[in-house]
Design a binder for this molecule. Structure first.
Ligand SMILES: [Zn+2]
Length: 91
């Protein structure tokens, strides 16, 4: 059905654009990981500014429940760095 195809396309576009929104909401709710619809744990990570290796959260600051700052540590070079939610992704 044509209506179903249109819906599918819209969901794909949204899933790409929505990742930063999802990450911001997770931080607001005090989480650095979540379980997706398939039961996989998705963790916030971000690219190391030195070598681009995907780094997990190492340290975080909270204001109440909200996470206001995260520091990531690169597993390759050991560099600690902060990234904006827009640069983070889920893995
Ligand atoms: Zn690195």
């Amino acid at each position: 059905m044509a209506a179903d195809q249109g819906k599918e396309r819209k969901e794909i576009v949204m899933s790409v654009a929505a990742e930063a929104t999802v990450i911001r909401r997770m931080l607001d709710e005090g989480h650095i990981s979540q379980v997706d619809t398939e039961g996989h744990v998705r963790e916030i990570c971000g690219p190391c500014p030195d070598d681009g290796v995907s780094a997990p959260v190492y340290r975080l600051s909270r204001a109440g429940r909200r996470i206001i700052e995260v520091v990531l540590r690169c597993p390759s070079c050991g560099h600690d760095f902060a990234v904006a939610p827009e640069a983070m992704h889920l893995r």
